[in-house]
Design a protein around this ligand. Structure first.
Ligand code: M6R
Length: 369
């Protein structure tokens, strides 16, 4: 049932083009408008939402962090992302105008479920983004957007992460369309770009051998750092989590802008540092900032492994290794840049002889507190 792959994780990484495609499928009506029929919450309530709070744990929370950038940009609705186990034990400001979005692959994570209950008790509407039909979190939500990634068996979440981002983007675009924000006209453009993502993920997968070779060469690393800005920041966190979970290597993700505020002290000769580089075609000076971050760590002896768009030559002088991803709009980049990080962790763990699918101390779904 692993279809010839050495692990479920590797199989699921390779299923990501279709996981994202299935999640996006059949969303446009004949006029090119986005449909989200399953969002069975009164439109007047959705128009009145003045705050979105994402609750989730682990990888699902990182998908939420990615979605925050897109939702705030498209909808102009303040969006917070909170770990479900933190949310439920404080006194969060949640009311009838709050839309809580619970991300959960399994739909059974106890802390996320408790956060959902807590939010509804205070009058908030809850939408869940879930991969498991009929599981508890969707049953207790006001509406559910299912990710159609297919069953995820490996403990380390991969295809669910990309599908959660895709589903959350649909939600964000739908709200922008409904509320007629200045971005609403661009919804179709983004949807068109999204349709191209599965083929682009496939092209990242087609170059997997390079990443695998790198992973085998780095299998003695004791610590690996990951840097990113903007949507690249949660991608860095996710890359670090994958490596901790299955390869048992100490790994940390940082917002690249934080380097000088502390983390750069960790960098010494030979320290591997992954850097997720935003598109040079994006707005602002984000790309230039990240390139100078690569320079800064390289000057202190880091081995820099740079994930950059095809055609981005500015990174080359400072990169020990460059992993290329196809060009795509900035907000969609996490759907591509995450993939090499998943492959890296999977291959590195495998080369150490670890059980990639069943890492020590972890369960696929955390149904206890
Ligand atoms: O089923 P859920 O999406 O609610 O699970 C949340 C986390 O437990 C999960 O993402 C965990 O962090 C994974 N092991 C990450 O690979």
């Amino acid at each position: 049932e692993k279809d010839g792959y050495s692990s479920f994780m590797l199989k699921e990484i390779n299923e990501q083009p279709s996981a994202v495609e299935q999640t996006l499928m059949g969303r446009l009506d004949q006029h090119g408008n986005l449909m989200l029929d399953e969002l069975r919450i009164d439109e007047s309530i959705l128009r009145a939402v003045d705050k979105i709070v994402v609750v989730a744990c682990g990888t699902a929370a990182y998908a939420g962090q990615v979605a925050k950038y897109a939702i705030e940009h498209w909808c102009r609705i303040p969006t917070e992302v909170e770990l479900a186990h933190e949310f439920r034990y404080r006194d969060p400001i949640v009311n009838e105008k709050t839309l809580v979005v619970a991300f959960s692959q399994s739909g059974e994570t106890m802390d996320t479920l408790m956060a959902v209950r807590h939010a509804r008790e205070q009058g908030a509407k809850v939408v869940s983004i879930c991969n498991t039909n009929g599981s508890t979190i969707p049953r207790e939500s006001d509406a559910v957007i299912y990710t159609h990634a297919g069953p995820e068996i490996a403990v380390a979440s991969t295809k669910a992460f990309l599908s959660q981002i895709a589903a959350a983007y649909l939600l964000g675009l739908y709200l922008a369309q409904l509320r007629g924000t200045k971005f609403a006209d661009e919804v179709r453009d983004v949807l068109r770009e999204l349709q191209e993502v599965p083929a682009k993920i496939q092209s990242v997968l087609d170059a997997a051998d390079e990443v695998k070779d790198l992973a085998r060469r780095m299998s003695t690393a004791e610590s690996v750092l990951f840097l990113g800005r903007h949507v690249g920041y949660p991608v860095a966190l996710e890359g670090a989590l994958k490596l901790k979970e299955i390869a048992y290597i100490h790994a940390e993700g940082f917002a690249a802008g934080e380097l000088k505020h502390g983390p750069i002290a960790l960098v010494e000769e030979g320290q591997p540092v992954f850097v997720i580089v935003p598109s040079p075609r994006g707005r602002d000076s984000l790309h230039a900032k990240v390139v100078s971050n690569i320079q800064e760590v390289r000057a202190r002896g880091a081995i820099t492994i740079v994930i950059a768009e095809e055609g981005d030559d500015a990174v080359v002088p400072y990169a020990n290794e460059v992993i290329r991803v196809p060009q795509t709009p900035v907000l969609l980049a996490p759907l591509l840049t995450t993939v090499p990080l998943q492959l890296f962790a999977c291959e590195l763990a495998d080369s150490k002889g670890y059980d990639v699918d069943q890492p020590r101390n972890l369960a696929k779904s955390v149904t206890v507190e």
